[in-house]
Design a protein around this ligand. Structure first.
Ligand SMILES: CC(C)(COP(=O)(O)OP(=O)(O)OC[C@H]1O[C@@H](n2cnc3c(N)ncnc32)[C@H](O)[C@@H]1OP(=O)(O)O)[C@@H](O)C(=O)NCCC(=O)NCCS
Length: 330
């Protein structure tokens, strides 16, 4: 029987910080403008954490809402996975903090590090546990607070990031054509320096110099990332449709990594995806990394743009370099 099981998304939830930071805030400290940021990225504002808000608190709130939406409680969980590259602490995992906040005593918990592809990587990993029958209820969360590792003197990167968390509950279904129909993951470590935080790990442990030289902040080759992102998003859209034997007409909604409106438009134009089939919240959220896709998914569900029976495609890419996609029938 386990051979016919698929992982279905039975609950969604999200959480964002209270503080709204419009583009105009950056005009006060950087040589930039609301007009430049809006035109080049599609971002108008983002949410950034303040006192008392962290990756784990946002993740736990998103997780709690997803469980409520699925009609389950922490006691029902078999596994918690958190995709993040801005963890609560370097050690232990953010998933363990989430487990503690939710009161999911003894439930296994671990993190996935695949940057902006993290949630889709996690969806693929979690699906395997469900398909094999190993676990029945998995809380899969994407959460990031990149504002905590962003260099607010670097106008080429800090304007992009927002903080937040999104979560789904995954449960088995044996209904045909429901759940995670397809998932794909890729990586190219040769591009590690496209987006990275140089210090704080074993290669460059924390010293006064690494702090002084701002080596604990995100370094990004923006233009190179842009080209990589368009190429991989196009490839993922094509691969997902080909492997599932579907066309643009069969897809109800693409939920792309909310990276940059120009990247998303360039990629989706290749297949003539009408923009009403592409869910966007980048104007209000910015790039929330691992949270981006589940946060957008939750909004799309709450707005009634995605519902039972919808065929949804997730496409993501990020530091690593990593890229990942999935096709889900809700
Ligand atoms: C970062 C990004 C918005 C820059 O936009 P762009 O159109 O590629 O701009 P460029 O890097 O070519 O820079 C053009 C000019 O704008 C300037 N610029 C960069 N950031 C700016 C800002 N916030 N405000 C004003 N000017 C800015 C550059 O310094 C450059 O000036 P120059 O021509 O005098 O050298 C864009 O490359 C991007 O979105 N890349 C992907 C990054 C990303 O999404 N990373 C996360 C991936 S998961």
């Amino acid at each position: 029987m386990t051979g016919s099981l698929r992982a279905a998304i039975t609950g969604v939830g999200s959480a964002v910080p209270k503080r709204v930071v419009p583009n105009a805030e950056f005009e006060k400290t950087l040589d930039t403008s609301d007009e430049w940021i809006t035109k080049r990225t599609g971002i108008k504002e983002r949410r950034l954490v303040s006192e008392g808000e962290t990756t784990a608190t946002l993740a736990a709130e998103a997780g709690r809402k997803a469980m409520e939406n699925a009609g389950i409680t922490a006691g029902d969980l078999d596994l918690i996975i958190c995709a993040t590259v801005s963890p609560e602490m370097p050690m232990p995992s953010t998933a363990c903090f989430i487990q503690e906040i939710l009161g999911a005593t003894d439930v296994p918990a671990f993190d996935i590090s695949a940057a902006c592809s993290g949630f889709v990587y996690g969806l693929s990993v979690a699906s395997q546990f469900i398909e094999t029958g190993k676990y029945k209820r998995i809380l899969m969360i994407g959460a990031d607070c990149l504002s905590q590792v962003a260099d607010f003197t670097d106008r080429g990167s800090c304007i992009l990031f927002g903080d937040g968390a999104g979560a789904v509950v995954l449960e088995p279904t044996s209904e045909p054509d429901k759940g995670v129909l397809y998932s794909v993951m890729h990586a190219n470590g040769g591009g590690w320096d496209y987006i990275h935080v140089p210090a704080g790990g074993s290669r460059a442990p924390t010293t006064l110099e690494t702090i002084d030289q701002k080596q604990h902040f995100v370094k990004m080759r923006g233009r190179d990332v842009y080209k990589f992102a368009v190429e991989k998003m196009q490839w993922l859209l094509g691969d997902c449709m080909e492997k599932c034997n579907i066309t643009v007409d069969d897809v109800d909604m693409v939920v792309p990594h909310q990276v940059n409106i120009r990247i998303i438009e360039s990629a989706t134009e290749k297949y003539n995806f009408p923009m009403e089939k592409v869910f966007l919240n980048i104007d209000r959220m910015g790039n929330t990394s691992g949270a981006s896709i589940p946060l957008a998914l939750d909004e799309a569900v709450r707005q009634g743009k995605i519902g039972p029976g919808s065929t949804v495609m997730f496409v993501a890419f990020g530091a690593g370099l990593t890229w990942a996609g999935a096709v889900v029938k809700m």
